[in-house]
Design a protein. Structure first.
Length: 335
């Protein structure tokens, strides 16, 4: 691994023109009330940039007070409390009369948001409108996220995921269930029911599949029972290991660490991945035999991506990568 002539896994396993999936923290923590927004930034300063903070100018703003709330958010973005630059903003829906005004206020902050979350698009055309408005307002360098929570957005989810300005799609559970006018029971909004109702499960799977096909990050929805840690852990594990999600929303500080833990690989998974990727690199990425199992570049990519996820979660208590692994494969100084 220390041999400078060895080809780095990223260079060996991925074509230059292959879509690079954005490297985002596995937890996206939402807050909208001023006290909670400040507490969220304090917690991020303590734990490090292992989770994103999204300041909410949609549901977090009082009705009629969206502009004033945007000024508060812009102040927090530009403050010393935003230590790592991993703070995003959920703006208003694109058809809201204050959308453009709020957008200019947020983009005018002393420090740019890490991303903008666009809520409630009713299809591809509204996603396109939002992206054009952000770019026209001077935010062309700011990544965009969006929520899939309407019938129209779900019908066009593949096209939305393919839009070059968007790096992540989130599932909006509550609005999606409500959009069915009572045909989906309220239990489908719960920690357990959302994994059992066929229409909800179908929506989650379509979003995850569309994101992976387009090289984007699928972000799982909320668990509202924030005091039920076991239910949250089970939901996060299902989202990560059964449904293919690589990120998840938190709506309470107590949810952040369980989400990170659920999305982190196990120690055994990390150890196996290090063994296989190390042996593959030593073999110049030719096929190898490991414990009587054949591995080639297809499985190498899987194990390498697992190590990347371990790297993103290790600062929050996930499996720690050995120092030599971090130096060889995750050093910013590498060529």
């Amino acid at each position: 691994m220390a041999d400078a002539d060895l080809i780095h896994p990223r260079d060996a396993l991925f074509d230059p023109d292959e879509r690079a999936v954005p490297s985002l923290p596995v937890c996206d923590h939402y807050s909208g009330v001023e006290l909670r927004m400040r507490k969220s930034l304090e917690l991020q300063a303590e734990m490090g940039p292992v989770f994103d903070v999204t300041l909410d100018n949609e549901d977090g703003a009082p009705v009629g007070g969206e502009v004033e709330h945007a000024h508060l958010i812009a102040g927090l973005l530009g403050s010393a409390e935003n230590r790592f630059g991993r703070v995003g903003v959920r703006v208003l829906p694109v058809d809201h009369p204050r959308f453009d005004e709020v957008l200019h206020i947020v983009l005018g902050a002393a420090k740019a948001p890490a991303y903008l979350m666009v809520p409630k698009p009713r299809g591809l055309s509204e996603v396109q409108r939002a992206a054009s408005a952000v770019d026209a307002a001077g935010g062309a360098a700011v990544p965009l996220h969006t929520l899939i929570e309407t019938h129209g957005a779900l019908q066009e989810v593949a096209a939305i995921a393919a839009h070059p300005r968007f790096e992540s799609l989130s599932f909006g559970l509550m609005d999606f269930v409500s959009a069915h006018r009572g045909a989906i029971p309220q239990t489908a909004m719960g920690a357990k029911g959302q994994f059992e109702h066929p229409l909800v499960l179908r929506a989650k799977l379509e979003i995850a599949a569309a994101c992976h096909a387009a090289g984007k990050v699928p972000s799982h929805c909320v668990v509202t029972e924030f005091k039920h840690v076991t239910a949250l852990q089970e939901a996060a594990s299902l989202a990560c290991r059964r449904l293919g999600y690589s990120r998840m929303w938190s709506i309470h500080p107590a949810q952040i660490r369980p989400i990170i833990d659920a999305f982190a690989p196990t120690v055994a998974e990390v150890d196996l991945a290090i063994e296989i990727v190390s042996a593959a690199q030593a073999a110049r990425w030719a096929p190898i035999r490991h414990h009587d199992t054949l591995h080639d570049r297809a499985s190498y990519r899987y194990f390498w991506q697992l190590l990347e996820r371990a790297h993103r979660t290790s600062f929050a208590g996930g499996p720690q990568l050995p120092a030599e692994v971090r130096q060889a494969w995750f050093s910013e100084a590498r060529p």
